[in-house]
Design a protein around this ligand. Structure first.
Ligand code: ZN
Length: 242
């Protein structure tokens, strides 16, 4: 246990849920922050609450030091972006290799706002699920970008604000293994049942890897990760809290 306070960027998705479990095993006190950018589907926001409730009700991870949850209204992102997450456009992969859901620099905005909230909460660390492995097309998910932002935040806040990204070099299969290691099958079950990944907000079709349309890029990643993890012979025994 590290005697630091962490603020976790928590969307209710698979990655940020596993980041939250990672932080709970590691830090003295943990709070969460989410952003309502008027998603086409309020599914994500519902899932956030369902995941938090499920974690608190379970003893697969220690939630005794899980503090307040903050939800910021970022409707302004809908005004400044052309993203299909906030419009009814079809999800596609553009010529640049980025999904049309791409909001330029979105993580920079999220982390800057989180740092302000974290500062007020006496947090020393921001934890995010950014990952170079799955989303190499997102320049603001690269560690080099985050290193630069960490430096800018330390200067602008006049105190250290570390940005931890425990999933940076992990595949989706690795993150399922990480859930198993942090909270055993019970945490894997919470991830599968309550977290949301699908770009189309589909909560009606249940696969063995969770809910989703099964065909959007996010569903495909999750399904492939699950299959790879199953193939690797997911260990039954938790390997302890890393
Ligand atoms: Zn989908």
């Amino acid at each position: 246990m590290i005697s630091q306070n962490a603020l976790v960027l928590f969307s209710g998705g698979q990655d940020s849920t596993i980041c939250l479990a990672w932080a709970l095993a590691r830090y003295n006190r943990v709070t969460t922050i989410g952003f309502d950018y008027r998603q086409r589907h309020s599914v994500e926001l519902e899932c956030r609450q369902n995941v938090l409730n499920a974690l608190r009700a379970s003893d697969c991870v220690d939630t005794s030091e899980l503090g307040e949850d903050t939800l910021l209204d970022l409707g302004i992102l809908g005004q400044i972006s052309e993203t299909s997450l906030t419009r009814n456009a079809e999800i596609e992969i553009s010529d640049s290799g980025l999904p049309t859901t791409f909001v330029p620099g979105r993580n920079l905005i999220f982390l800057t706002l989180a740092s302000a909230v974290g500062w007020r909460q006496s947090a020393d660390v921001l934890v995010g699920g950014m990952c170079e492995t799955d989303y190499s097309g997102y320049p603001d998910c690269r560690r080099a970008t985050l290193d630069a932002q960490e430096q800018a935040l330390a200067l602008g806040l006049d105190r250290e604000m570390v940005i931890e990204t425990p999933l940076m070099h992990k595949s989706k299969a690795d993150t399922f293994a990480m859930a198993q290691s942090l909270g055993g099958q019970e945490l894997v079950d919470i991830v599968v049942e309550h977290t949301h990944t699908c770009y189309l907000g589909d909560r009606s079709t249940r696969h063995d890897w969770g809910y989703g349309c099964g065909t959007c890029p996010a569903c495909k990643l999750r399904a492939t990760g699950w299959a790879d993890w199953q193939k690797a012979g997911c260990p039954d025994e938790p390997t302890g809290l890393a």
